[in-house]
Design a protein around this ligand. Structure first.
Ligand code: FAD
Length: 369
């Protein structure tokens, strides 16, 4: 008897969908090419320490969606971590997103919130119709703050001149005239106690999972196993790159264990200057203050470097050409019978975790009604 669903990808989309279908009595098999569950949310204990490390970069759960929050809390408890980001520029540490503390420290002034507009206005160079990322950022915070905190980081992150990037990338850049330095303002926020991987273990309890298996190594055989396929891998790969490859930025991490209690005093430190080759340093120990057995005299850090690696897609570059190519692949999706496409790789969208969960729950609901 064929299975009801073969799910390609044990990341968040695949696992939530699998859990919902299994709960509804459908037969499900999940496969993943990686040797572990969780996709990019995967966490593990660094060997020899009690420090939980997010292998693919620090993941902070945040959402305003009550339904998603209730759902994810079935599988984990969250600690009370609130994300704050700092950035190093010319050997001095500033608060991000750009806020009143950043502005006052950077200029050596003591502005009140009501004085910020008048202070920044002449620094915005009269740009009212920004044509690219650089102009957009200058129109928001002025040239000095742009050059100190945005320009170098953007060049490292995207390997492009900010004048070649669309203004839309910084349209979301939060900046504030108050001292509020919270990175997210969502109602719910935290890190799963025990890390992310146990969430996936609980979601997939009672469900068959095969790890280290690439769908494309035996596509026809996998397709014959189930009535429906749920595909959460890269969309262009599913269609044999027929219209070309969608562009992604990737990151790589250098992990190091250090003989000190605390390397940088915070979980994520950005490095704004282009001369510093890494974009950020993560120190995961700071994500889990609830751990009473945090080891003394040792810590783990992860230096993050931005790069291109088609085998490790992280952030959609999403140029005009990518969007045109995506539209053509989406037409093929619509004409493909018996396959559900979901998640960040199959939809070529930068999604946060709560958006992926909401998408998978909604798709599962549609299947079941
Ligand atoms: C550096 C970084 C930091 C992030 N930080 C945050 C954060 O702080 N907060 C937040 O909310 N979100 C964050 N995110 C986003 C979060 O990682 C994603 O929303 C989420 O992991 C997407 O889940 P997914 O199931 O769509 O994709 P994935 O996690 O990528 O899962 C897809 C799975 O499919 C598997 N697969 C692909 N092709 C095949 C194949 N051919 N055969 C078998 N298996 C296959 C892959 O191995 C993978 O495990 C971050 C992302 C990155 C890159």
């Amino acid at each position: 008897m064929p299975l009801d669903y073969l799910i390609v990808g044990a990341g968040l989309f695949g696992s939530v969908f699998a859990q919902q279908m299994h709960e509804a009595g459908r037969s499900v098999l999940v496969i993943d090419r990686r040797p572990h569950l969780g996709g990019n949310c995967y966490s593990e204990d660094h060997p020899g320490t009690n420090i939980t490390v997010h292998r693919y970069g620090t993941h902070i759960f945040h959402t305003n969606n009550d339904h998603v929050w209730r759902y994810i809390n079935r599988f984990t408890e969250f600690n009370r971590y609130q994300h704050r980001v700092l950035t190093t520029h010319r050997d001095r540490v500033y608060s991000l997103p750009i806020n009143l503390a950043t502005i006052n420290q950077f200029y050596g002034v003591n502005l009140k919130p009501s004085e910020v507009e008048a202070f920044l206005a002449p620094r915005r160079e009269g740009i009212t119709q920004p044509r690219n990322l650089e102009e957009k950022a200058i129109s928001l915070v002025g040239r000095d703050l742009y050059e100190a905190f945005i320009k170098g980081y953007t060049i490292k992150q995207w390997d492009r001149d900010p004048r070649e990037l669309p203004a839309a990338i910084v349209a979301r850049l939060p900046w504030r005239t108050s001292y509020d330095d919270a990175y997210f303002d969502d109602r719910y926020q935290g890190i799963p106690v025990g890390g992310y991987t146990p969430i996936f273990e609980r979601m997939l309890e009672g469900i068959d999972v095969e790890l280290g298996v690439d769908f494309f190594d035996n596509r026809a055989a996998w397709e014959a196993r189930a009535r429906r396929i749920v595909y959460t891998g890269p969309i262009d790969r599913f269609h044999g790159y027929r219209f070309g490859r969608l562009a992604w930025r990737s990151v790589r991490f250098e992990v190091e264990q250090l003989d000190c209690d605390d390397f940088q005093g915070t979980s994520v430190m950005n490095y704004a200057d282009v001369e510093t080759p890494w974009t950020r340093i993560h120190e995961p120990k700071h994500l889990h203050r609830e751990k009473t057995h945090r080891p003394a005299g040792t810590t783990v850090i992860m230096r993050e470097y931005s790069q291109v690696d088609p085998e490790a897609p992280y952030y959609p570059v999403n140029t005009e050409a990518d969007r045109r190519m995506l539209a053509r692949y989406e037409e093929l999706n619509a004409a493909t019978q018996g396959v559900i496409f979901g998640g960040r790789l199959a939809e070529y969208k930068y999604y946060d975790m709560h958006q992926v969960i909401a998408g998978a729950l909604a798709r599962a609901r549609r299947e079941l009604t």
